[in-house]
Design a protein. Structure first.
Length: 150
């Protein structure tokens, strides 16, 4: 799923769950006077107005979250989202390696790479998917199709 699909799916989910954004209306003051010159002021404040999140709203929220994660990674900090996982940096030590296609030795410098550690809720989602497959795992179906093709 790309970013556009994620935004549209999130927007649809907000609509399904009837999650709305509150709209604050400034208070209004009404002055009522009678023929004798007496006045009375009434202050009305409405805050119960709500509106549906638009695709642009959800896209702006997602962009803000991604910007925060990227800024944290630039500073070397970890971002943890409860139940989903944590994003941080991992340092790969410098090492010597061999290229597989020509056997040439190569030296790789140390560098930082992004690292994702999945949270408990995300692991549970993967486990539920695995259980929904039953006895049939993806590798087994791929192997069976390959054998049938031969």
């Amino acid at each position: 799923m790309n970013k556009r699909g994620l935004v549209r799916t999130a927007c649809e989910r907000l609509r399904q769950n009837n999650i709305r954004k509150p709209i604050l209306i400034p208070k209004q003051v009404f002055y009522i006077s009678d023929d004798e010159g007496n006045t009375k002021t009434f202050t009305i404040r409405k805050t119960d107005k709500t509106a549906i999140y638009t695709v642009e709203d959800v896209e702006a929220i997602l962009d803000a979250v991604l910007d925060v994660v990227q800024d944290n990674l630039r500073r070397g900090e970890e971002t943890a989202i409860f139940g989903f996982g944590s994003l941080g940096l991992h340092y790969w030590k410098p090492r010597a390696t061999k290229l597989t296609h020509n056997g040439e030795n190569m030296y790789m410098e140390g560098r930082f790479i992004p690292k994702f550690s999945s949270g408990n809720n995300l692991r549970m989602c993967a486990k539920v998917y695995e259980l929904s497959l039953g006895d049939r795992l993806p590798e087994e179906t791929d192997i069976a199709q390959d054998n049938a093709d031969e």
